[in-house]
Design a protein around this ligand. Structure first.
Ligand code: SF4
Length: 408
């Protein structure tokens, strides 16, 4: 049986709309990211927003910390390709200004805006305008009273903070709510979201806050977000990386595609880890292929394998692949050999075949060549390659010299 997506039973949540993008209920899980420009810099911010949208962000958040930022939002929102959420810090008046600017959503941190009358003023205005608000609880900026009551930023304290804010919102009849309970500790955020999902059916926004630079940041964020998604928890996600925010959007999209929770838009490049049989530098070829495909929206699985002995078989489910031999590679489509190509043309040929498959389909690609002849040629070449002594692609000989120097 082909398993293309994990069977996750998603916890049922209410559906809200952030502009044109639905969040919660049976809507697809969405990817969010945030700009890092001054929001008053309209052109610079829009440029980032377009970059984030191209990399997979469905919704983008911009900071709204001063009047100039709100004024910038008034110019940004009508020109943005995706809905814009204003991130409000300490001043509730900035939330009012952002709504006036036309944003499609707000994010409030209950630890920062604490006066109930201010919270209710914002919620009433959002209710009248139909603008959703994310209650963004953060372990690092929890209300000090809750910190004291629970002896720290515990999952219980974070959930109570969210519940208090929900109560203020519901007091004024506002329910266009989504919630996050982020922490930089993965176990803490996982437990906080689990507890929260038990007590509310508002949609949840997942994230590991301040995850840090990749690769550690990517691992932490993925550990937290993926764990929850596989438990059916979460309706929208954000990677908080100390990196170009395009990487955040790309990572979010890749995670959802990898879990089968969003339709594939981009190449899924699989590559063998290399071993003693490899006759090319698999890492180098895989990286070149990754670069070649990075800007092409091709929803295909493409394999880069280090040898013709096991490569085509191990990657037979890929739509397309290359198995590298000494100075040449065997191109295969769904495990069937279609061509033997010189080493310096491997990546270009992969791109050419991928575009053909994307446009015409796998069957048409297989009809392009005489498969019997291609298989015969590949088999002959494979036999030749097995006899040849290829280059030491993993530089084992050099490593052995170094080891001998160290131990002599
Ligand atoms: S495909 Fe070949 S080179 Fe790559 S890991 Fe498998 S056996 Fe080794």
């Amino acid at each position: 049986m082909e398993v293309s997506s994990l069977q996750v039973e998603r916890k049922s949540t209410r559906k809200i709309s952030v502009g044109s993008v639905e969040v919660g209920g049976d809507s697809p899980i969405t990817v969010q990211s945030m700009t890092i420009t001054k929001t008053a810099d309209v052109d610079g911010t829009l440029q980032q927003i377009y970059g984030l949208a191209a990399a997979g962000a469905d919704i983008v958040r911009c900071t709204c910390n001063e009047t100039e930022a709100a004024e910038g939002l008034a110019r940004i929102v009508p020109r943005s390709p995706v809905p814009i959420i204003a991130d409000i810090h300490h001043q509730y008046k900035m939330a009012m200004a952002a709504m006036e600017a036309g944003v499609q959503g707000l994010r409030l941190n209950p630890g920062n805006i604490r006066r109930p009358e201010h919270i209710k003023t914002v919620a009433s205005e959002a209710r009248d305008r139909g603008i959703p608000i994310r209650i963004g609880v953060n372990a690092g900026s929890l209300d000090p009273a809750l910190y004291e009551k629970y002896g720290g930023a515990t999952p219980e304290a974070m959930v109570e903070s969210a519940k208090q804010e929900i109560a203020y919102f519901e007091d004024v009849g506002f329910d266009l709510i989504k919630i996050s309970v982020k922490a930089s500790s993965v176990p803490l955020m996982v437990e906080a979201y689990r507890q929260l999902s038990e007590v509310t059916d508002y949609p949840l926004h997942l994230g590991v806050t301040e995850a840090g630079p990749p690769p550690a940041g990517l691992i932490k964020a993925t550990a937290g977000i993926a764990t929850l998604l596989l438990e059916g928890i979460g309706d929208t996600i954000r990677y908080s990386l100390t990196a170009d925010s395009v990487e955040e959007a790309r990572a979010g999209r890749q995670l959802l595609e990898a879990l089968g929770l969003r339709e594939r838009k981009n190449v899924d490049l699989i590559a063998c880890p290399s071993c003693g049989r490899a006759e090319v530098d698999v890492i180098e070829v895989a990286n070149r292929a990754m670069d070649a495909f990075s800007d092409r929206k091709l929803p295909l699985q493409i394999a880069v394998m280090g040898c013709v002995v096991n490569g085509p078989g191990e990657a037979r489910d890929a739509d397309l692949g290359i198995a590298a031999g000494n100075k040449r590679g065997h191109l295969f489509v769904r495990g069937q050999n279609v061509a033997v190509v010189p080493e310096n043309e491997m990546v270009d040929q992969l791109v050419e075949w991928a575009e053909f498959i994307n446009e015409h389909g796998v069957d048409a690609a297989l009809e392009r060549v005489d498969l019997v002849k291609a298989a015969r040629e590949a088999e002959k070449d494979r036999a030749r390659l097995l006899d040849e002594q290829g280059a030491d692609a993993n530089h084992s000989a050099e490593k052995i010299v170094e080891i001998r120097k160290t131990t002599s």
